[in-house]
Design a protein around this ligand. Structure first.
Ligand code: ASP
Length: 424
């Protein structure tokens, strides 16, 4: 008992993940379909506890983003530094996404996961694709017409614009707006404390979410798709443990292994929730407490990244494009590949980091090169699992960018980064 108490959160979440997989498999294989399995376990206890936990995290996202963004902007103060941080972040996000999809396309073309696939052997579902918002609207929607409506809808980009604006004005007004500044600073502390408290329940939430997913899908669905999955996983691993760590080292000279070790709980959390948005509070907190990144930077880059930087998603889309093209016997030309890189990079901008959104933007990518959107049905069955993996990569990309930008702006405390973790 004492031992469990002293285990770090990361270890507890990891154990919960493994236990969840085992429990899910047991339900899937040994419990017959019926009230106990479906109503009581899968759609009852596991659903309520797992989703209840995600909701707790989601509840924190909007107020936390607003407060920390206002405080962060206010304390950076001058618009020149803010502009530099903004430009660097955007460039980093766009370049890494373009790289991610290029790697995916290259690997896809090398491995050819869709070759020899008999389309009819793969279980397919109905695809419903919502209307795509045009690029012009995406850009215009960054400016909120009504900030309360944006908050209610959880639209991250307009919220970011508004909060940064408020922060700049508070810095400009200085002592004249001291009460408002203090209010946001204190509210921010409250939100951070709430995050830490809610995270104590993470192992239980993670256990329930994973076992429910595994109990519902089982492993049978994967067999025909193993090549596709393998290809996506390989590209994700290259991006996460190769490209990111290389960039981190080149730009900051920090130890990538320390980075991964300390950031791992956020990756596990992203894996079990499949939502970059739900990870925002934990990510900001981990970057601050374990990696020494000032919230002045992370409060801006993390929510922005959750919305516009989805490298893992871009990777899935790259492999999916090659897979679907092969499955339908369509040849991909160099021009088509270039279009895919451009559309997939742009497609993620303006879509929130929530479960399954990558499949919707995939429709946009497929349409851009004239591939059949029905092809999405081929990969739908196993997308839940891939969503978990790619979300972990998405949040890692945001964190690496945040660390690089913070280091360059002199807002990273190396002492904290290299402090050995004390298990709480
Ligand atoms: N679930 C992913 C995220 O939240 C998005 C996606 O690829 O579907 O980052």
């Amino acid at each position: 008992m004492k031992k469990i108490k002293h285990m770090g959160l990361s270890t507890k979440i990891f154990i919960a993940l493994l236990a969840g997989v085992v429990f899910g498999l047991l339900i899937n294989f040994f419990l017959p379909t019926g009230v106990l399995k479906d109503t009581i376990l899968i759609d009852g206890i596991l659903y309520i506890v797992g989703n209840g936990f995600i909701r707790l995290m989601q509840m924190l996202v909007i107020p936390l983003v607003i407060c920390s963004l206002i405080c962060g902007t206010m304390s950076i103060g001058d618009t020149k530094t803010l502009g530099q941080v903004g430009v660097k972040t955007l460039v980093f996000y766009i370049v890494t996404t373009a790289l991610a999809i290029s790697i995916a396309l290259a690997l896809g073309i090398f491995i050819r996961p869709g070759m020899g696939l008999n389309i009819s052997s793969v279980e397919s579902g109905d695809v419903t694709i919502s209307d795509n918002v045009s690029m012009v609207d995406t850009i215009l929607n960054i400016i909120p017409k009504n900030v309360i409506a944006s908050m209610a809808d959880g639209d991250m980009l307009p919220i970011i614009v508004f909060s940064v604006f408020v922060g700049i004005m508070l810095a400009k007004l200085g002592s004249k707006a001291a009460t408002v500044s203090k209010f946001f600073a204190e509210f921010n502390d409250v939100m951070m404390e709430m995050t830490i408290t809610v995270m104590k329940a993470a192992p239980i939430g993670v256990f329930c979410m994973i076992s429910r997913t595994i109990a519902t899908i089982g492993f049978d669905a994967f067999v025909p798709m193993l090549k596709y999955m393998g290809c996506v996983i390989l590209a994700l691993a290259l991006q996460c443990f190769g490209i990111y760590q290389f960039l981190l080292f080149i730009f900051t000279r920090l130890n990538p292994i320390t980075f991964i070790k300390k950031f791992f709980p956020v990756m596990e959390f992203a894996f079990s929730t499949s939502s970059s948005n739900a990870c925002i509070p934990l990510s900001i907190e981990t970057l601050k407490d374990k990696l020494g990144v000032s919230t002045k930077i992370s409060s801006f880059t993390v929510p922005l990244g959750a919305t516009i930087n989805m490298d893992g998603t871009a990777i899935m889309q790259g492999v999916a494009v090659v897979f679907i093209a092969d499955a339908y016997g369509i040849e991909l030309t160099a021009g088509m590949l270039a279009t895919v890189i451009a559309t997939a990079t742009l497609a993620s901008i303006g879509t929130a980091g929530v479960p399954g959104v990558g499949l919707i933007t995939l429709a946009m990518v497929l349409t851009s090169v004239g591939l059949p959107t029905e092809g999405i049905a081929l990969i739908m069955g196993i997308d839940r699992i891939i969503d978990m993996l790619r979300t972990a990569v998405n949040v890692t990309g945001d964190a690496v960018c945040t660390t690089v930008v913070a280091q360059q702006a002199g807002m990273l405390d190396k002492k904290v980064f290299y402090t050995k973790e004390i298990e709480e």
